[in-house]
Design a protein around this ligand. Sequence first.
Ligand code: GAL
Length: 812
Amino acid sequence: MLKLRCLMCLLLVFTQLTQVQVQAQTRRVQVLEQGWKFNKGHQTNAYKIEFNDSNWESVTVPHDWAIYGPFDKSIDKQNVAITQNGEKEAAEKTGRTGALPFIGTAWYRNTFSVPHFEKGKKVILLFEGAMSEPKVYLNGKKIGEWAYGYSYFYFDISEDLRTGENILAVDVSNPEFSSRWYPGAGLYRKVSLIVKNKESIDQWGTFITTPYVSKTEAQVNVKTKASGDGISLVTKVYDAVKNEVGAKSSTTQFGNQFDQNIKVSNPKLWSPETPYLYTAVSQIYVGKVLKDEVVTRFGIREIDYTAEHGFQLNGKTTKFKGVCLHHDLGPLGTAINKAALRRQLTILKDLGANAIRSSHNMPSLEQLELCDEMGFLFLAESFDEWKKPKVEHGYHRFFDDYAEKDIVNLVHATRNHPSVVMWSSGNEVPDQWGAEGVKRAKWLQEIFHREDPTRPVTVGMDQVKAVMESGFASLLDVPGLNYRVHLYEEAYEKFPQGFILGSETASTVSSRGIYKFPVEKAAMKMYLDFQSSSYDLEYCSWSNVPDDDFVMQDDKPWVIGEFVWTGFDYLGEPTPYDHVWPSRSSYFGISDLAGLPKDRFYLYRSRWNTDAETLHILPHWNWEGREGEITPVFVYTNYDSAELFVNGKSMGVQTKNKSTPQNRYRLMWMDVTYEPGTVKVVAFDKSGHAVAEKEIHTSGKPYEIVLTPDRKTIQADGKDLSYVEVSVVDKNGIPCPTAANQLQFKVKGKGGVYRASCNGDATSLEQFHLPTMKLFSGKLVVLVQATQNPGDIILEVKGKGLKTGKVELNSI
Ligand code: GAL
């Protein structure tokens, strides 16, 4: 087995740059992916060289030890008042952190050898996140530790590495009451070893900005921190098709920093619509000998935030059509997987979203790479807590010792990503109260400014009245309001910035394909099945329905955009069912935990995706037992008006109007009585011409399983995924929207294996990695993972009394 995955250079990832790939003698990055041994529980001697780990579990990293479950209501059961939700009295909360077994201590060990290791090399051991409080040992000696599970951090292990075999041991531990959502557990992001010469560029030592941008030229400023005697730096800039478009050589350092300005003529600007990327290749020489080479992708773009124009990208006012995302990937847990991230972003592109907020912590580097490539603006957040606690064992324990280090690492590791256009130092921190908090806000913002003078800083604030009084909001570059649309106007008047960001909006709750009657707008509505209605009218006591935000976004030019809570459902925080069991994941998502769109997806899409037609009918039309009862029909569409027909009878024309926020953004027929058959909608353009139509039908009994993969061909890299949507149809091919059949999955062929499944039901206790699951509202998703052997893959899905579904995939 391949013990150690060697990458010839950090940036083989940038495959488009074949002619500038690095010679092996300059630097080598080894991603420690294979060959890990893992054991949960306390161990006294596991850091020692001679420790015998042969009976430990073999795992690959990234790894999330807790995602395999089982779900258990007693895990991290919190007897608390969630004060952020306005609760005054403590009550038992189950499922707040996902009810998965992430608590406790665990060890990882990896035995690796460093090929051609020579004394005198500089060796960095880099973690892109370890959940949490990692303690790191090499060859029996402690080499360092960190605290925050979301931080990137590294250690210089030049003195500790040995020729031949080395033993790395990492101890991680997650205390109870340390999170407000599922944090994951273990080495859930990449671990790598970077071996380079003494004369080399420092870790995260390159900082590229574009201080001057015009149609005809751009100034690319490259600051490079590098160490070693007698070094010089050559930086070359390449466009996306590998042509050299600029270069500079320097011999002078200021401190240990080179500062270069490179002119790029007729620059192609980066934006969500045109995510054009350049590459800088930085080479360190001693005399004529090449000692180090680092490849950095960047974009040429200009950002500006002003009272007059709001947020501008490349001179154009752009509103954030954003979503907040927690870091879990549903059935994969938190173990980072690029295919899963790419699928999320593909879904968000179709939604028409242009921005993401990494709530409430550092994003994965993979996510930022994809945002650069696919075109998303990024709000990178750091903390959910400062010094004042939200949860008993939260980040406040580390704030004094780590806040500065954590921010420095966040900025240094991610500042070259053109997608990142704003930092956030915190989310709804209780430090919004009191003078100390104002000082902390200032201190943190200044750290960001010191490390990166090019991007502004925000805080997601919920204590709007308090921050108005205290000056907390006034000192921020960008005042971010979480919810509280009723205070936007007052905040705009009182804050000096001249604009407001909806840093967190909506928190509308719904379960995919579930509809409740009567249809009414309500806060904290609960039902006996622990689901929320997909009529999209249910929200929390502190939040609102999407339409209320749309009014602000559309009518107030000084509102610079919104980040909806959330793009996808996530594990944990099952509001409004925090206190009942079983309920273990959120209802907030525009799409569910499986990534399947809820109705709300089409409401946002109808205004965000201006390139595509949206015409979506809800609810489904299988209401056996509701014959003759009022069953309102909503249509989410980009068209202004439409006529609805039930079994050919017109229910009248509805036209969007400003009488209420709902009437402005949805077409609603509130008095329809249910009869089985066909619902048809015909949409009209502005001049009243019928331009589009859509039908849904009452289905018969489930008959056949249908499989629809998002990708038929995947990479044989052991990590790539095909997401296969599984649904059932009746004898006539009509989808069965209420089917709940138990299904079994089998993957054959050498190219792939069964990885997980997910149906988006927040109350399901079925384990994702087992090859069986129930349909929820007629659907689920199966994840098929590539092996490292190219070849055929067949997914077969069976269910009692159903015609088997089969799909052929392959990996190359
Ligand atoms: C916000 C908070 C989020 C999440 C959300 C649920 O107040 O910032 O993390 O808890 O509420 O509505």
